[in-house]
Design a protein around this ligand. Structure first.
Ligand code: PMV
Length: 327
């Protein structure tokens, strides 16, 4: 039996614009999904606990789904299970064991569909745990590639490499098209606010595309986000936290202009700024889900906890390990 875990992520800069070839900088955070893989004679049985901060348990196997009362849309649960199915297909291929059977147990504190990369973390951890259980040791580059294939298959060819590369490698990473690299970063004191919801990534990406096709301002806004990312990389290299915060604020304003923020995301962003946070922005596709702020003092966390619409607020450090074997 092997347990592996992988971190979620926030977008420090660049979501949405990355779809049009601009660079983006996601950062892995110390909030992990763990996957335990144990060989069985054949087939696949999946058990999942705590797949959101509110938590639920679901048992799933080839023919039968047993779902207790849960407060997360079933489509999200189905999606999570789809990632595990595809990850196991990657494990079987990597280990040249097409008939390998598994009991898979997932435990994740990463909210589903909220912009924190839950599916990428589950995919990377499942590939690491499954291959190790079969006695195969993959490089991180191969895990990242196979986790990307998982996302790309489940998302009908619409995945970017950002989440899976970041979750596998850890740290701050730079994504530009298919070019993915780890970059230097100081410790970043993240505070995350979660509104309990989830945006529809496909619809939000399509909305930005329509806006960009119709209005020059939207095309210019996408390019402006790219400029912010490039300045952000310099600020990270110079360890200039104040400027990183300012650039996060600018990035959020531009995402709002593209129509992907929401009332609760804006409320949480402003609560974090008013409390003295160095910068705050939505993370991921938007529409609902999470914001990320930078702050070392207790004030931002407390302010978020009291913000109407904020369901959970928590701290998360920059994770530098990426995917790892736990036991
Ligand atoms: O919500 P997330 O974490 O899946 O991020 C979506 C990021 C987008 O740039 C909006 C889409 C993409 O595939 O890059």
């Amino acid at each position: 039996m092997v347990t592996a875990s992988a971190p979620g992520k926030v977008y420090l800069f660049g979501e949405h614009a990355v779809v049009y070839g601009e660079p983006a900088v996601p950062c892995a955070i110390g909030l992990r999904a763990s996957v335990t893989a144990e060989k069985r004679d054949e087939g696949l049985r999946i058990e999942a606990e705590d797949l959101s901060l509110s938590g639920f348990t679901v048992e799933y196997d080839d023919d039968e789904t047993n779902r207790p009362d849960i407060d997360v849309p079933n489509s999200l649960v189905d999606a999570a299970m789809g990632y595990v199915d595809e990850a196991v297909a990657q494990v079987r291929e990597a280990a040249d064991s097409p008939d390998a059977g598994f009991d898979i147990t997932i435990e994740s504190k990463i909210p589903l569909g909220a912009g924190l990369g839950s599916s990428a973390a589950v995919a990377a951890a499942a590939i690491e745990a499954g291959t190790r259980e079969l006695g195969v040791e993959l490089s991180k580059a191969e895990i990242a590639e196979r986790a990307y294939q998982v996302e790309n298959t489940v998302q009908d060819g619409q995945a970017s490499r950002a989440d899976t590369f970041c979750s596998t490698m850890g740290g701050a990473v730079r994504i530009e098209g298919d070019d993915c690299q780890r970059i230097d970063s100081p410790d970043l004191p993240f505070v995350i606010g979660y509104d309990g919801g989830a945006g529809d990534t496909g619809a939000l990406v399509a909305g930005v595309r329509e806006l960009r096709d119709e209005y020059d301002f939207a095309a210019d806004t996408v390019e402006a986000i790219g400029d912010i990312v490039r300045r952000g990389e310099q600020a990270l290299a110079a360890e200039n936290i104040d400027e990183i915060g300012d650039l996060m604020n600018f990035n959020h304003g531009l995402l709002s202009a593209l129509g992907v923020s929401s009332r609760t995301l804006d409320s949480m962003v402003w609560a974090a700024r008013d409390a003295g946070g160095l910068g705050a922005k939505l993370t991921g596709a938007g529409g609902g889900g999470c914001i990320v702020a930078l702050d070392e003092t207790p004030e931002t966390l407390t302010a978020l906890e009291y913000t109407p619409g904020c369901e959970e607020a928590f701290r998360a450090e920059l994770d530098t390990d990426g995917v790892r074997v736990e036991s």
